[in-house]
Design a protein around this ligand. Structure first.
Ligand code: NAD
Length: 320
């Protein structure tokens, strides 16, 4: 069996594939043309890809009939054409669960950092502007006892809600097409029947939905205007869920107080003006980037490949 890994990843999964006697080829950040050329040149039984790879019908056709599975090294799979995969009988898998704690931690780090103006304070210190303690300097916002709005109460959203309630005595309001009454009881959380209800009531709004046609620009100018003037928006899901130009305008105009983003609409670019805004914190899509989690993702992606190549149903099959 021959496996193509499209980018270098931590070695746990590579070792696992090697232990099965599979030949593993590690690519060097292919663009689409290069990926098609590599797949057409050689015979691969499986591909381990990631969110940089836009996997569509052309890619599947280049991979050919012997290629059984494309295992995505991510929980999100908006980079994969699931319909084209299904039409060709190709299995698609993702890596859910193993990154939940890490992404929830990063989300909470962003909430605390934007509320306590940490990046601003860091820039202030390094610029030599600190000349002594002042009562009115860099005043931020308390997080404890505030209302956290969660849009998308899945694995990551509910973990962030857990930290908010248990760690910071926050009130949680959420919107998800699937209501979770058990969660509401356990965490004293309130279900906002519509996304607008959550936006209007929250001091912090954190987005945890998958990128789907229905969630693209879920947060637009109109919805930003519904948020409290002193509210913060946090996004560790996928960039296109927010209309980033509208967000820049809202941050400039003071429609909301601040934003903390790990993902961007047109990565790796940021919307014009975002980088200049003091009331925004930006991290380069690193919410799952800890050594332990990236090794676990590597292992899970490899496990999915092994299951498929040994004729079993992999644990993390995704369907459209
Ligand atoms: P999940 O499937 O467990 O949760 C997603 C939730 O969103 C589900 O409860 C679903 O019902 C809900 N949902 C779907 N459509 C919705 C809508 N229109 N409005 C509100 N809720 C809606 O997924 P997860 O493991 O919690 O991951 C969530 C997303 O986070 C992933 O899809 C991925 O794109 C993103 N993510 C980003 C990073 C990063 O590095 N920044 C890391 C991991 C995951």
């Amino acid at each position: 069996m021959k496996i193509l890994v499209t980018h270098e990843i931590p070695d746990a999964g590579i070792k696992l594939l090697g232990s099965k006697g599979y030949e593993v080829v590690i690519g060097n950040a292919f663009d689409k043309k290069e990926l098609i050329a590599e797949l057409a040149k050689d015979r691969y039984d499986a591909v381990l890809c990631d969110l940089n790879d836009k996997i569509d019908a052309e890619i599947f056709d280049a991979a050919g009939k012997q290629c059984k599975i494309f295992a995505n090294y991510a929980v999100g799979y908006d980079n994969m054409d699931l319909k084209a995969a299904a039409e060709r009988g190709i299995v698609i898998t993702n890596t859910p669960g193993v990154l939940t704690d890490t992404v929830a931690e990063h989300t909470f780090a962003l909430i605390l950092a934007i509320a306590h103006r940490m990046a601003e304070g860091d820039r202030f210190m390094r610029a030599g502007k600190y000349h002594g303690w002042e009562p009115m300097m860099l005043l931020g916002t308390d997080v404890s006892k505030k209302t956290l709005g969660i849009i998308g109460l899945g694995r990551i959203g509910s973990r962030v809600a857990h930290h908010a309630v248990r760690g910071f005595n926050m009130k949680v309001m959420y919107y998800d097409p699937k209501r979770n009454e058990q969660f509401e009881k356990e965490f004293g959380a309130e279900f906002g029947p519509a996304v607008e209800d959550v936006l209007r009531a929250s001091d912090f709004v954190s987005i945890h939905v998958p990128l789907l046609p229905a969630t693209r620009h879920l947060i637009n100018a109109e919805r930003l205007a519904m948020m409290k003037k002193n509210a913060y928006l946090i996004n560790t899901s996928r960039g296109p869920i927010i209309d980033e130009a509208a967000l820049v305008a809202a941050l400039r105009a003071g429609t909301i107080r601040g934003a903390a983003l790990d993902v961007f609409e047109n990565e790796p670019a940021m919307a014009p003006g975002l980088a200049e805004l003091e009331n925004a914190i930006v991290t380069p899509h690193i919410a799952s980037a800890t050594e332990g989690t990236r090794q676990a993702m590597s292992e899970l992606a490899a496990q999915n490949i092994i299951e498929a190549l040994e004729g079993r149903v992999p644990p993390n099959v995704v369907k459209g």
